[in-house]
Design a protein around this ligand. Structure first.
Ligand SMILES: Cc1cc2nc3c(=O)[nH]c(=O)nc-3n(C[C@H](O)[C@H](O)[C@H](O)COP(=O)(O)OP(=O)(O)OC[C@H]3O[C@@H](n4cnc5c(N)ncnc54)[C@H](O)[C@@H]3O)c2cc1C
Length: 387
């Protein structure tokens, strides 16, 4: 039974993939964990739902959940081992690969992970958001009046994180943050209203600068989306998206609503922790700066946060030192990859946009499966070395 003034080992703000992964690992290790989410689950999340092989491996390693498990729960909507990449006017490369891209239903995926965390012993307050944090007292206050304390507070509350905003003001480059958050728009269309069959995922460059558009197939629907950095785009990303849909002959797919959100696209924080306060996932800007893949990095950063807390406990250190255990892990496992992904992105948008991304297509053809292996996490973006 929860009391409004209870003390926990760990409080986690946000029950997305990041929050539930941290809660599962820490709950399983016997810690007293509380998750707080402003929404009630199952809840919707705007997302393309693409997961790569590195996510499949993480799910197996952390939760013991295989592709079969995900299928049994109806989480995987679609699989495709073929993909296409377009410039503005033409196809620049297409390929098949032995490991398919998988598309998940985020409502089911996030709820599945949350149930795993609850089964591991975590407690949940849902439908009530974190309002503020008092770092000096290590306490969390919710809109609904909860006032709870913890040894460690984990901010997994997404891109508009309250926890991140509770950090000392000058801890991060705030301009870097806002300049590298992409506008994202998405529409989900029923297959039976489309003029054409869409069987595999496609990425489209050249419509928006520092960003791209996508069309992803699902079981009964097709998702089209776009993301782009505002500062590099002369007009609104939304108006570009409408033009894209018209050009793709998708505007007649009905009056499905275009949903809009923001997405980390190079705004990753180099020091996402302060004493016993750590942030993970979108809250820390952890998405691949090249393709915007965020689900894996949300879960991987949460796994590293759990690892930091458990090592600290094992070594009998003070919780104030969590920062010194978590940040080096993030630098080692995430930031180097992000740095290289960011360099590739710069090259793509600065130099390869000429001739409608012809050179990008030629390079992808030259590297062959290596490019796709890097996206699946089998190779590093650093010189395409095998991991
Ligand atoms: C249009 C679009 C398409 C995308 N497509 C893909 C894709 O195909 N593949 C991919 O890998 N990534 C994709 N992403 C990125 C991916 O959705 C995110 O990176 C991922 O959801 C991050 O997980 P998270 O757990 O950090 O945050 P979230 O999933 O955002 O979860 C945060 C949770 O915190 C809760 N919360 C928020 N504020 C509070 C508060 N004050 N108090 C308590 N709880 C709070 C929210 O209710 C939510 O449940 C896409 C993003 C967008 C916008």
């Amino acid at each position: 039974m929860l009391h409004t003034s209870t003390h926990f080992d760990i409080i986690i703000a946000g029950a997305g993939p990041a929050g539930s992964t941290a809660a599962f690992l820490l709950g399983k290790a016997g810690l007293n964990v509380l998750i707080i989410d402003k929404n009630k689950f199952p809840r919707k999340k705007l997302c393309g739902g693409l997961i790569t092989d590195r996510t499949v491996k993480l799910l197996e390693r952390v939760f013991g959940a295989t592709v079969d498990t995900l299928n049994q729960h109806g989480i995987i909507e679609y699989e495709s081992d073929h993909y296409e990449v377009y410039g503005k006017k033409r196809l620049i490369t297409e390929r098949s690969f032995e490991i398919p891209f998988r598309f998940i239903d985020r409502e089911k995926y996030d709820n599945f992970l949350l149930q795993k965390a609850l089964q591991a012993g975590a407690s949940l307050i849902e439908g009530d958001g974190v309002k503020s944090i008092d770092i000096s007292k290590s306490s969390v206050h919710t809109r609904g009046g909860w006032d709870v304390t913890a040894d460690v507070i984990i901010g997994a509350d997404g891109i508009n994180s309250r926890v991140r905003r509770s950090f000392p003001v000058d801890l991060f480059g705030r301009e870097d943050w806002t300049e590298n958050v992409a506008s994202a728009h998405e529409v989900i269309m029923s297959r039976d209203r489309l003029n054409r069959q869409i069987d595999h995922p496609a990425l489209y460059f050249g419509h928006v600068n520092h960003g791209y558009a996508w069309i992803f197939p699902n079981r009964d629907t097709v998702t089209a989306g776009i993301c782009g950095l505002k500062q590099h785009t002369g007009k609104s990303v939304l108006s570009i998206f409408r033009e894209f849909l018209n050009g793709m002959d998708l505007s007649n797919a009905g009056d499905e609503r275009i949903n809009s959100y923001v997405l980390p696209y190079g705004c990753y924080l180099p020091n996402p922790a302060f004493r016993n306060l750590v942030i993970v996932g979108d809250a820390a800007g952890f998405a691949d700066p090249l393709i915007g893949e965020g689900i894996y990095y949300a879960q991987r950063s949460a796994e590293l946060a759990a690892q930091a807390v458990l090592t600290l406990r094992e070594e009998n250190k003070k919780f104030d030192e969590t920062e010194h255990y978590y940040v080096p892990l993030i630098k080692q496992y995430l930031l180097t990859e992000f740095e290289y992904a960011g360099k590739i992105r710069k090259a793509i948008f600065r130099y390869f946009s000429a001739f409608d991304f012809f050179i990008l297509g030629e390079l992808m053809n030259f590297y062959g499966n290596k490019t796709i292996e890097a996206i699946h996490g089998i190779r590093s973006y650093k010189w395409m070395k095998k991991k």
